[in-house]
Design a binder for this molecule. Sequence first.
Ligand SMILES: NC(=O)c1ccc[n+]([C@@H]2O[C@H](COP(=O)([O-])OP(=O)(O)OC[C@H]3O[C@@H](n4cnc5c(N)ncnc54)[C@H](O)[C@@H]3O)[C@@H](O)[C@H]2O)c1
Length: 175
Amino acid sequence: MHVNGKVALVTGAAQGIGRAFVQALLEEGAKVALVDRNLEAGEESKAALDEQFEAQRTLFIQCDVTDQEQLQGAFKKTIERFGRLDVVVNNAGVNNEKDWESTIQINLTSVIRGTYIGLEYMRKGNGGVIINISSLAGLMPAAHQPVYCATKHGIIGFTRSIAPIANCQRSVNDH
Ligand SMILES: NC(=O)c1ccc[n+]([C@@H]2O[C@H](COP(=O)([O-])OP(=O)(O)OC[C@H]3O[C@@H](n4cnc5c(N)ncnc54)[C@H](O)[C@@H]3O)[C@@H](O)[C@H]2O)c1
């Protein structure tokens, strides 16, 4: 997919792999909404990106992806600002076995919700691409990380199952 001129929303974008996605998308000409719950890291990332890319090409949105209203709001703000949405990267994730219920909320429930919201917008627009970040722990057992492993297996199962349906809905809408 060529991303020049396209608009992407990346969750967990303030640091790590999400931040690297943002950098790569900007280098290829996209505009990007950085969605993250960490205000300080998000603002620092935005400031650093503004030194390399036109400030208008990025938007930082503070959002906890487990909060349904905040996540809906992040999509809405992205569309309001950039006028379209072409790429969603559901990347935000944690590896916290002690607070395992929160790990499920962030890693799996929010990825599913982010996919459904993305589909809702993309169906109305020009289609698009949704990327859900799993892990090797989604393909094999991970010692001492049973819940993280379950969430990452869940992402793969969900994404493989929804993909044909999403593609089918897209082609129905095309006709
Ligand atoms: N780092 C690895 O080796 C590795 C390997 C395989 C898969 N992954 C997956 O890649 C993704 C990113 O990992 P990373 O290593 O960059 O992690 P990281 O901890 O460096 O960054 C995660 C980002 O997500 C944000 N985040 C966490 N919970 C959030 C929430 N509720 N709402 C909004 N933002 C939230 C954090 O603030 C942070 O900016 C995760 O899904 C992780 O499971 C990482």
